[in-house]
Design a protein around this ligand. Structure first.
Ligand code: ADP
Ligand code: MG
Length: 245
């Protein structure tokens, strides 16, 4: 299994308090890695650091085996190969088609290329009849769908998703999952998703990282269909341990 992201000796503190202290962590390429752990465990901080939106106090980050450069311009080039889906979707005040095309425009695509890609993704995610609409004409679910499509359309190598379940109803939660999973299947995208939901983890995870108090308590491949075979430590962390007789 190929590693896309590897961190070593990573440390981050705020106001003198260590919130992340990882010896080593590897994220496999082309899979969905789910990150779980209690509130305040450092999940969002880890995502922000891996997505190169925040600098750790110290540590090494390897992306595709190469150290992430310190130069801001080079970091920006790497960030353009990454996508982030935050808890609250926000669209720009422009048509859905323009929202979808924006990231491509920023990446220097020409009009014809943009139109073709927007059409391809509108078809893939069933957004065709929304293309001429503006954000204020969309339902919550449609807004979600467009915002996820907007993050996927430039085909990032890695997608970071922070607790998409906290504001979504079940139907839209499944929708986001399906959109992300389809990109993993179709073109080998890597996804790193924080969730509190064990059900969501079971539906999606090939790999699992459990954080607690800023440290990795468990990390590895999971057969999400078959929790019976999970090791006892993982079951205990997830609150699935058999009550002792
Ligand atoms: N910008 C910040 N300034 C100060 N403290 C922060 C900041 N971001 C996060 N923290 C603290 O770091 C710890 C980990 O936060 P976070 O990564 O958001 O945890 P999680 O996402 O697992 O709930 C928490 O104690 C939080 O209060
Ligand atoms: Mg968080």
């Amino acid at each position: 299994m190929e590693t896309i992201l590897h961190v070593e000796d990573l440390r981050k503190s705020y106001n003198g308090l260590t919130v992340l202290d990882l010896d080593a962590l590897s994220i496999p390429r082309g899979q969905i890695t789910v990150v779980m752990g209690p509130n305040g465990a450092g999940k969002t901080t880890l995502i922000r650091i891996l997505a190169l939106l925040e600098e750790p106090d110290r540590g090494t980050i390897l992306l595709g085996g190469q150290p992430v450069p310190e130069d801001e311009e080079q970091r920006l080039a790497l960030r353009r190969r990454m996508g982030v889906i935050w808890q609250r979707p926000a669209l720009f005040a422009m048509s859905v088609a323009d929202n979808l095309g924006l990231a491509l425009r920023l990446r220097g695509w020409n009009r014809k290329q943009i139109r073709a890609k927007v059409e391809e993704y509108a078809e893939m995610f069933n957004l065709g009849r929304l293309l001429r609409k503006w954000p204020n004409e969309l339902s919550g679910g449609e807004t979600q769908k467009v915002s996820v499509a907007r993050s996927l359309i430039y085909e990032p190598e890695i997608m970071f998703i922070d607790e998409p379940d906290t504001y979504l109803d079940l139907r839209n939660r499944h929708l986001v999952e399906e959109m992300v999973a389809s990109q993993v299947e179709r073109r080998g995208m890597t996804a790193l998703m924080v969730t509190h939901s064990r059900q969501q983890m079971s539906r999606l995870a090939a790999n699992l990282v459990f954080l607690q108090a800023g440290q990795v308590r468990w990390s590895g491949q999971v057969d999400s269909q078959d929790p019976k075979n999970w090791d006892e430590e993982l079951k205990a962390l997830l609150g699935l341990a058999e009550p002792s007789a």
